[in-house]
Design a protein around this ligand. Sequence first.
Ligand code: MN
Length: 322
Amino acid sequence: MSNLDVKPAATECGGAGHTGPVRDLIKGRDVTLGASTLVRRLLPTLGRRMVGAWCFVDNYGPDDIADEPGMQVPPHPHIGLQTVSWLHAGEVLHRDSVGSRQLVRPRELGLMTSGRAIAHSEESPRPHTNAPVLHGTQLWVALPGEHRDTAPAFEHHPVLPEIAGGNGLRATVILGSLDGATSPGTTYTPLVGADVTVAAGTDARLPVEEGFEYAALAMSGEAVVDGVPLPVGSLLYLGGGRRELPVRADTDAAFMLLGGVPFDEKIIMWWNFVARAGDEITAARAAWNAGDRFGEVRGYDGDRLLAPELPALPLKPRGRAR
Ligand code: MN
């Protein structure tokens, strides 16, 4: 997924802050990507920029795209981050400038590490009559300073570890670790992304890390996390300082659990770039628009996405919450 804002604001993230227990329900805001795709942007928002190293969360669908183009995100660049594609329904065809061409299906991890520079496209397959509903989440993970210039790479992990506590909670570990299970996806900071399903009538506790901060993104049904009912498409920021997370539901429900060690470095996010200084953003933007540095995405039927104008104000790094 690309940040397709025509006039993206600079978002300054990172830096130490409060990590005690919190219950802050973030409803997000609607953002239109391209011609047809409407997403709910949960991170960054006005009050919160990061959860661990997770720095960007767009949730979309379920959308009936049988008679629509569906997701059509032309080639665009990234630096300083990883992208995570996670689907509950539908299919996304990923292509990138390191030569990957991969169909990502529901409950499979598509993990792209931009490192110093990568470009990619994401599209609903043509045709997509066999998968007419699109429902998922696109997330970014900020790379720590010591790894942000690593080589670009793409990983596809169709099989991920599952946790079944026998208490009505089941979890797929998408990235990082949860309750002793670890995803095969490459990580650069201690974190977790998990898909938690809750059976109707469950009243249980999920083991979590005291030193992580967490958030829960409601995917379906109505889970009640730490006493807070989660409307579908909302993000509950939980802070840290817990060893267990109370979860219950009266109906079948699912949510994504995102967490990690609070990201202490200050970063700048602008458009599709994560950097440490404004001049890195300026250089990356100029290189992409000139056709340099990022390589070529082969096979996408359409033009690449050029970077918009930089904001008039200088880009400066700041903290992970306002
Ligand atoms: Mn992207």
